[in-house]
Design a protein around this ligand. Structure first.
Ligand code: C2E
Ligand code: MG
Ligand code: MG
Ligand code: MG
Length: 274
């Protein structure tokens, strides 16, 4: 095929859709059938609290096991799902599956164990999101007290008043709210005081170069605002020890556990590092 043809094809899709890649167009067609085909899967990554010295919960991370492409990462298909609205049914599938798996976690980790799910801005802006999530929890016999909803700064920024209102209602019903990827967006510190949230998840880019001054100032601020800080992307023992000594409430990352299927979530985090 001529070079120009490829380029032209690309431009046709680019002009006619919100997508960055031709691949996304193909994803859209197949993603719409992923639930029925049973191609979606949740993996879980442990969150360890050095303060409580135990694994307090997990974060559910979505995987799409595509027949040909193999495991497609959420970074590749969540944007497509958001642009097409497919994130709505997929998001409800995630919540229901997380509830079902919670009953299994409870057997090993007890009733207080929490499962966190990522919520897209598209979901949060659905007018009946709160009703729907309640219906799911009710039918799966799971209390909001064990469910954490992770939202990102970008969710909040465009729609502050509406999001404030939704989050307030959800918290009143017992949900825990985490602000995810903190430090990657544009939100000002004053924004934090306006948000009805419980936890702050510091993005792993903060930790990569182990900016201790930055982390400790976020910790001071979070403490003043009564927020628990969870640090993402803890990959090695040095990072772990520093963050543990800084009294971060929660740590998450490959050093503690990679995301794994429900039955493989480690029961203990080996304290052999001490
Ligand atoms: P996130 O919520 O910030 O999740 C953390 C991401 O960092 C995950 O990537 C996780 O596998 C990865 N990670 C965890 N520990 C480490 C580490 O020590 N080192 C490194 N390099 N990476 C680590 P993943 O699973 O590819 O998910 C990417 C993003 O996709 C998530 O970021 C989240 O924003 C989104 N996502 C995942 N599942 C869902 C979902 O069910 N619904 C929605 N709306 N978004 C989801
Ligand atoms: Mg998250
Ligand atoms: Mg994050
Ligand atoms: Mg992230």
């Amino acid at each position: 095929r001529a070079k120009g043809e490829g380029r032209k094809r690309y431009h046709v899709y680019e002009a006619s859709s919100k997508y960055d890649h031709v691949e996304n167009f193909i994803h859209e067609l197949e993603l719409s059938n992923a639930i029925e085909r049973g191609e979606l899967e949740l993996q879980y990554q442990s969150i360890y609290s050095p303060v409580l010295q135990k694994i307090t919960g997990v974060e559910a991370l979505l995987r799409w096991n595509h027949a040909d492409a193999g495991s497609v990462s959420p970074g590749d298909f969540i944007p497509v799902a958001e642009a097409t609205g497919l994130i709505i049914p997929i998001g409800y599938w995630v919540i229901r599956q997380a509830c079902r798996d919670w009953h299994k976690f409870k057997e090993t980790f007890g009733n207080e164990f929490k499962v966190a799910v990522n919520i897209s801005k598209v979901q949060l802006n659905e007018h009946d999101f709160i009703d729907q999530i309640f219906k799911i929890l009710e039918s799966e016999r799971v209390s909001p007290h064990v469910i954490v909803l992770e939202i990102t700064e970008s969710t909040v920024i465009h729609n502050l008043q509406a999001v404030q209102e939704t989050l307030r209602k959800l918290r009143k019903e017992g949900f825990t709210i985490s602000l995810d990827d903190f430090g990657t967006g544009y939100s000002s510190l004053s924004m934090l005081t306006l948000l009805p949230i419980d936890n702050l998840k510091i993005d792993r880019s903060f930790i990569q170069d182990m900016n201790q001054a930055l982390v400790s100032s976020v910790l001071v601020m979070a403490t003043a605002l009564n927020l628990k800080v969870i640090v993402e992307g803890v990959e090695d023992i040095n990072q772990f020890k520093i963050l543990e000594a800084m009294n971060c409430w929660g740590l998450q990352g490959y050093f503690i556990s990679k995301p794994v299927e429900q039955s493989l979530v480690p029961v203990n985090f080996a304290a052999s590092v001490h």
